[in-house]
Design a protein around this ligand. Sequence first.
Ligand code: ATP
Ligand code: MG
Length: 270
Amino acid sequence: MSRIEEILEKAAKMRAGGGNGEKSKRISPPGSKVPRVVRQARIENPNLVTIVDPDSSTAEEYRKLKSMVVKLTEVDDFRNMLMVTSAIGGEGKSITALNLAITLAQEYDHTVLLVDADLRQPSLSNYLGIHTELGLTDCLVDGVGIGSALIKTGIGGLVFLPSGSKVSNPGELLSSNRMREIVKELKHRYPDRYVIFDTPPVLPFAEVLSVGALLDGTIFVVREGVTPEDNMKDAVTMLRDANILGVVYNAAETVFLSGHYNYSHYYQNR
Ligand SMILES: Nc1ncnc2c1ncn2[C@@H]1O[C@H](COP(=O)(O)OP(=O)(O)OP(=O)(O)O)[C@@H](O)[C@H]1O
Ligand SMILES: [Mg+2]
């Protein structure tokens, strides 16, 4: 059996409720633009405050971030295709991408697509507690249709495109023409909805620049006490064509404005 046949068979099993035993069900006919697979997210990470502690001041900071993003992107030409990135590793890109996507999906109650484009160290499946076999790499390498890989998470209108099978050439794939086509297809599929890409950090992995060039805007994450100033400046310079909309200052102990946050986010339009 060819690789693509194997993948399609796995996908069929998953859609039929088999796969890894998680509950899933078909909700629309093949060919529909609505994702066919539903997996209820199980979120445990305490930093995903928009789910685990929605009344906290930190969750409120994410709602402010969402409002800023909406203000900066709902212009004449809707800038709906956004990426979240940072300079080095572990600064909170994935947590930020998730909290932002969840807030948009909850408050607007309409579809938001979250794409795990960190093909090197994907983490969104773990954070969401959703484990499937198909994802972006399978669409890139094997020509699997995007519709087969999309998952409805049960969180508002949040739809998830996992990173997919492990590959040996993630940099090449993210910079490929096929990636360009997939971004176009997603734009076509979700012309009036937000599509948020979680990515690897910029300095070690220059392919992020190729992704940024395909999208409408970038949210840049800096983590207090983690991101060295020089690295931050170098990354922002590298991202000059990626339309940085603003900066999320993550895990701040610093007091900003009138409030005191021991964990907060601060968003600033350049
Ligand atoms: N504001 C915060 N306060 C405390 N812990 C945080 C905060 N933001 C993220 N973390 C934790 O830091 C770790 C890294 O976060 P995350 O996965 O979002 O970073 P990342 O930038 O996506 O990392 P990578 O570069 O590996 O993809 C996780 O354990 C996460 O729970
Ligand atoms: Mg990450």
